[in-house]
Design a protein around this ligand. Structure first.
Ligand SMILES: Cc1cc2nc3c(=O)[nH]c(=O)nc-3n(C[C@H](O)[C@H](O)[C@H](O)COP(=O)(O)OP(=O)(O)OC[C@H]3O[C@@H](n4cnc5c(N)ncnc54)[C@H](O)[C@@H]3O)c2cc1C
Length: 484
């Protein structure tokens, strides 16, 4: 069995950053990826990254701080609490915000380019959503960097088991799919640690069946299909403490870059929500429409320039030569649809920054009206894009077990962790936090982790006394115990 210092399982942003930082810390690294390319879901994403205190923000005279970010995070958590209690890892969230500017520097040094900062005032009081010029750049830039750094990468390979020695993760067993033939099995040793970076579990029927609401288990899946929660399963087999597993963000499928040029209408032909607003609000907005149906409307100019994004939509576009004909095709009121489009175009022409109908602030680049025939309708489809639950970890990203002890030699990053993604509704936090966590994990795996667990584990549970528990305890396990 070939031996490495660190084995990284999964080549999304978390795994890529982990592999790079582990080598830079002096380790010999193997990265194992299920697919034949690197980048994971980030390559299929819209590429919005929330980072705090970056050079791009300074360039645009945006003053931002970790404290401001945390205040926005807290506001988001209070909203999420309406969906039920959860565990928010405030400490890890703050660490992400603090380290994110260094991640920005690292990305730009690798040649990754950001095109703009987006204003999202309902989620972020300061402009901190950094738009990647091309989301595919991330995987490509890391692939080149890992090659330069001498990281060995095994593609088309699924890690199926962890190898353990006296309670320590010391390697992995895997299956490689060759061209045509049956899978080849193998194993590799990791002297310093295994980093689980397998993303979420949205591609696993069994995990969805256990954790997702009944009506959504068979729902449309957007993104790569290889995120089947194997990291969750492998870590659970070592006693890892999985938190927030029932939180799965339902979304309306549309790449944000396409949503910028679209409006959505219901059967009456009216707009009913901010098409670029919070994911949860979009889902609620659609559910409240007659028949729970709606369509995005775009024109020929957008169809032409964003055809690759249109192709990622769950259903093919419906085309019609006029707005009236389109209304007929999607069974909505033609006169109202015409008025809705006219109102939208009038708003764009006016130059105001906030749409008076829905409060929308993300406006098309160049404020292009819906004018060029033919017109297209894209049915709004609810889907699962990523999951929120995963392991409780230390600040070194070491997995913590259900007894509250760090698991020797085992680390987790990105969507395989569970304490940060509950702020997902802010938008743009998944990729950036995965990158930050990867850097931390790679370094700690090589140097040896020293951080202690900071969340309470099931085995350390406090006795339940409903009357004395302040509300905060439901979601903030960093809060000191109340005086009794
Ligand atoms: C359409 C879409 C748009 C999105 N837009 C945004 C956005 O704008 N901003 C944002 O922050 N987030 C966005 N996301 C979410 C974001 O892409 C993910 O949350 C993020 O990529 C998670 O990073 P990760 O490294 O944890 O895992 P992933 O990127 O999910 O990568 C995990 C990798 O692990 C591999 N893997 C899984 N199991 C195994 C195994 N057993 N063995 C080997 N390899 C394995 C997978 O093939 C995959 O490549 C979007 C997602 C989608 C689908």
């Amino acid at each position: 069995m070939k031996r490495y210092d660190v084995i990284v399982v999964g080549g999304g942003p978390g795994g890529l950053a982990a592999a790079a930082s582990a080598v830079e810390a002096g380790g010999i690294v193997l990265l194992i990826e299920s697919l034949d390319t690197l980048g994971g879901n980030a390559s299929h994403s819209t590429g919005y990254l929330v980072m705090v205190g970056t050079a791009l923000q300074r360039q645009h005279q945006v003053s931002d701080s970790v404290a401001d970010f945390m205040a926005d995070g807290e506001r988001q958590i209070r909203l999420e609490l309406e969906n039920g209690p959860m565990i928010w890892d405030r400490e890890l969230t703050e660490l992400y915000a603090r380290e994110s500017a260094a991640t920005y520097d690292e990305l730009t040094a690798m040649g990754v380019r950001f095109s703009r900062l987006l204003a999202k005032p309902s989620q972020h009081r300061n402009d901190r959503m950094h738009a990647l010029e091309d989301p595919a750049q991330l995987g490509a830039a890391y692939a080149a960097r890992l090659e330069t750094l001498g990281v060995e990468v095994l593609y088309n390979t699924d890690v199926t088991r962890l190898i353990t020695t006296e309670g320590r993760a010391t390697g992995v067993a895997f299956e490689t799919r060759g061209a045509g033939g049956s899978p080849r099995t193998g194993s590799a040793g990791a002297q310093r640690g295994v980093i689980l970076a397998t993303g979420g579990y949205q591609g696993s029927y069994e995990l969805r069946r256990r954790h997702q609401k009944a009506e959504e288990i068979n729902g449309y899946l957007s993104g790569v299909r290889s995120c089947r929660g194997m990291g969750h399963v492998l870590g659970a087999a070592m006693g890892g403490d999985l938190i927030n597993m029932d939180y799965i963000q339902p979304m309306i499928v549309i790449p944000s870059l396409l949503a910028e040029d679209a409006i959505a209408v219901n059967r009456a032909g009216e707009r009913f929500h901010d098409e670029t607003g919070k994911y949860g609000d979009r889902v609620k907005g659609l559910a409240a429409q007659p028949g729970g149906t709606g369509h995005y409307i775009i024109d020929a100019a957008t169809f032409r320039t964003k055809s690759a994004l249109v192709a990622t939509m769950p259903e093919p576009p419906i085309e019609a030569p006029t707005l009236s004909a389109l209304a007929e095709a999607i069974d909505c009121d033609p006169a109202t649809l015409q008025t809705t489009v006219k109102t939208w175009n009038g708003f764009l022409a006016g130059g105001a920054q906030t749409d008076p109908v829905t409060g929308r602030t993300i406006l098309p680049k160049g404020r292009r009206p819906l004018r060029d025939a033919p017109f297209y309708a894209l049915r709004m489809v609810r889907a699962t894009t990523f999951t929120w639950g995963g392991f409780a970890v230390t600040r070194d990203m070491q997995v913590v077990d259900v007894m509250g002890d760090p698991v020797d030699g085992l680390f987790a990053v990105g969507d395989t962790t569970g304490g940060i993604n509950v702020i997902s509704g802010m938008g743009g936090t998944h990729i950036a936090s995965a990158l930050v966590q990867g850097r931390l994990a790679g370094r700690a795996a090589v140097a040896g982790p020293s951080a202690l667990p900071h969340l309470t584990a099931p085995a350390q549970s406090r006795p339940f006394e409903a009357k004395t528990l302040p509300k905060m305890v439901l979601f903030d396990l960093n809060t000191p115990e109340p005086d009794r």
